[in-house]
Design a protein around this ligand. Sequence first.
Ligand code: TEU
Ligand code: CA
Length: 555
Amino acid sequence: MKKIWWKEAVAYQIYPRSFMDANGDGIGDIQGVIQKLDYIQELGIDVIWICPIFESPNDDNGYDISDYKDIMADFGTMEDFEELLAKVHQRGMKLILDLVINHTSDEHPWFIESRSSKDNPYRDYYIWHPGKNGEEPNNWESIFGGSAWEYDEHTAEYYMHVFSKKQPDLNWENEEVRKELYKMINWWLDKGIDGFRVDAISHIKKTPGFPDLPNPKKKKYVPSFKGHMNRRGIQTFLTELKNETFSKYDIMTVGEANGVTVEEADEWVGEENGTFNMIFQFEHLGLWGKSASGRIDIDALKRILTKWQKSLDGVGWNALFLENHDQPRSVSTWGNDEQLREESAKALATLYFFMQGTPFIYQGQEIGMTNVRFDRIEDYNDVAIKNLYENEREEGKSHDEIMPVIWKNGRDNSRTPMQWNDSNQAGFTTGTPWLKVNPNYNEINVEKELQDPNSVYHYYKEMIRLRKQEDVLIYGSYDLILESDESIYAYTRTLGDETMLVIVNLFPEETTFQLPETIDSANALLRLANYPVEKGEDMRSFVLQPYEARVYQIR
Ligand code: TEU
Ligand code: CA
């Protein structure tokens, strides 16, 4: 067992626009993050991942970068950034940035050059194509809706955008593009940052020739993952990326890798061969509402998470997460955000946090923040939500039909301002926030959570402390138990003769837990629980309350 810092770390994700506004303009900023570093450290965090802070016209809130080497004016200056980095390091924490290299903004100087003429030296920095019979070059749909191609009148060709039309895709086939990106990456690494979360990296390789995709339903555009997600040949790019940049530094890299399968784990995250230290895989995210009962499909959840746990053991490393800035809040989606909010927030936390991998906590998750429901589309900001609304209206759907979809799945659910206290605007800003605060901030806020020893916050803090105390929770092997139980997700972690047992009731009804015969309970010690547990209770068989979670140490 080789000890590695990023395996032992717990990471905290900041969406800077919504974290803390220090100057009252309604937008979170770098000075705001600096103000809250004590809070983050106190929780027990080792690594902070901050979403893009680079110059950007904010079509996709910073994921559309117009200058990789400058800080977005809304967030502050390069001096503010350097102060942040220094203060994070002073506290013994690390800072990783978001690396967005599948695309830039259409306002990036490269794209401005590229679109200016067909023979401009930057033309091939992006993906240009003539139309087909007066229409788009093919039927690929953008991930944010509509065609993945945008017509540009000036040169009468189309450019590709897998995301919004203000996010033209870079042409990774062009060696000059790659070299420019590597220079930029090393420039940041030389500043002393501790690594990157690498955005949408499984999309950089496109199917050569850009063929139409099968369209049995005769739709105008078809989901285009088969055209640009984890395509053959991507590894050539990724290996070069790693060799030219990451491999020269002691850093942490997390690839956002939708579409990567566990069979490809070695290439992506293998200890020797992998491009990244770990990846965010997406397979478990779509499971809510998929079972016949409309509840979480616990069988599929067990199958998917166990597959990743077992396949990566000794091969590579997992990034563990329930939430991020693209997903609705976990307690609203997978738990119960009303009567059982605290119980279910803690249960979900217990479920993912003690698996093998580096846990990520998304801002607000540690206080059990919930989804939001705004009635008016004007109160939403996300480009994906707006595109969806517009496209559905065009197809004849009514406002009342569309809004429930946004309430359930919209990305702004997790982007409402961080709820610090019960003062005006939840203490996030003294001005008018760029996105409305969730009206439940009187009930759910950091100040209240800090005061209540039984809060979700204190549970997270306790989980982090426990994980740091016990190597078995970091390096131990994972094994699923009670495989076919329909309510309980339970697993063990084992390292040498140490075993930890994690038990989670994933549903709002009581259920009975029965310890398998193979596990010795003689010296079992309760290390964590989200309900009071009676002393001397027989741990071989007991009733689990709604969303009850327990962690035992077996000696
Ligand atoms: O998200 C990428 C992303 O959305 C895809 O990787 C994924 O395939 C898709 O969700 C499938 O439904 C990242 C950022 O996290 C997101 O905020 C940005 O909008 C996006 O990239 C574009 O940069
Ligand atoms: Ca501000």
